[in-house]
Design a protein around this ligand. Structure first.
Ligand code: SF4
Length: 310
């Protein structure tokens, strides 16, 4: 007689241990919409980076575990100075955010004295501290429009800047940063997907190339995509952004079909956070995020100004 073995779901004891530690540490776990599905399912809150940081600041948790990339964990630390922020994989950075350093921004400001600076939330705390105001992909045009004077320096995302330029009366001075993941999505990908699903609606994130945005029915932030998932009358939606969001969209509207426009749109940094790393971080309290006080104060000012504009 041959004995057979049964493999139980290996994730279960891991999740149970994380749950124990989450209670013990009085921690809240946040997951960005681009995280692996199992991390999104584990999280107390899932959303875009700013939405999550604001949510975390409102909870009475003592510890925030931020499952996303470094600038997001930094933003949470800036908005919650009385909480301990853990980033389970400190090497998970954002190449777009790393495309501009504070000294480069200082040089740009020196070349254009008096021109206000708007920085996308995908920037380091140091770059935020050098900026007049922060913005998200959802409110970028509104924030730019609210700045004084006819010109605005906009950093670091060039594609988002070009998109905003179409929706503002200001003249934008753009930095040439880009998201490598969104840049992998091509107009050819969109055309091919539409040939296969001519009835589908195409939604695209403004970090995509302009020629991709030209083909989209809706250009939306990740938060906007989640709302659209529930509201669209389309039964099939082609999604031009990082693949992780499909998990969330499918949960929001299980009766609809969400198809990634490209299988290549994967952010390797977002995928560096695993269940094991979340566990280790909570066990050892490792990956603590600290933002120097003066930089945090400057970044907070730029974030607060954005929140005032709305
Ligand atoms: S998807 Fe792009 S913008 Fe978002 S974290 Fe990855 S590299 Fe940065």
């Amino acid at each position: 007689m041959t004995a057979t073995s049964t493999t139980i779901n290996a994730a279960d004891p891991l999740v149970a241990r994380i749950d124990d530690l989450r209670r013990l540490r009085r921690a809240v776990i946040l997951a960005h919409n681009y995280q692996l599905g199992e991390i999104q399912d584990l999280a107390d809150f899932t959303g875009d980076s700013l939405e999550l940081s604001r949510q975390a600041a409102r909870t009475d948790a003592e510890v925030i575990v931020f499952c996303g990339v470094r600038f997001m964990a930094e933003t949470a630390a800036v908005l919650s100075p009385d909480k301990l922020v853990l980033h389970p994989e400190p090497r998970a950075g954002c190449p777009l955010a790393d495309m501009i350093a504070a000294d480069e921004l200082r040089a740009l400001k020196g070349a254009h004295p008096g021109v206000p600076v708007v920085c996308y939330v995908n920037t380091s705390a140091e770059v935020k501290a050098e900026s007049d105001c922060c913005c998200t992909s959802a409110n970028a045009a509104r924030v730019v429009e609210a700045m004084p004077g006819p010109e605005v320096i906009f950093v670091p995302d060039h594609n988002l800047g070009l998109w905003v330029q179409q929706h503002t009366s200001k003249r934008l001075l753009l930095w040439r940063g880009y998201c490598p993941t969104h840049n992998k999505i091509t107009a050819e990908d969109v055309r091919r997907a539409l040939e296969q699903h001519p009835e589908a609606e195409v939604i695209a994130h403004p970090e995509c190339r302009p020629e991709v945005l030209d083909l989209a029915h809706q250009v939306l932030s990740t938060g906007g995509m989640i709302r659209r998932a529930r509201e669209t009358p389309a039964r099939t939606v082609i999604v031009a952004t990082e693949l992780g969001i499909i998990h969330r969209l499918q949960k929001e509207a299980p009766d609809k079909r969400f198809l990634p426009v490209s299988r290549h749109a994967v952010c390797p940094n977002m995928k560096r956070i695993t269940l094991e790393k979340v566990l280790w971080s909570l066990e050892d309290m490792s990956g603590q995020v600290q933002v120097p006080r003066d930089i945090a104060a400057g970044a907070r000012r730029a974030l607060d100004r954005m929140l005032e504009i709305g």
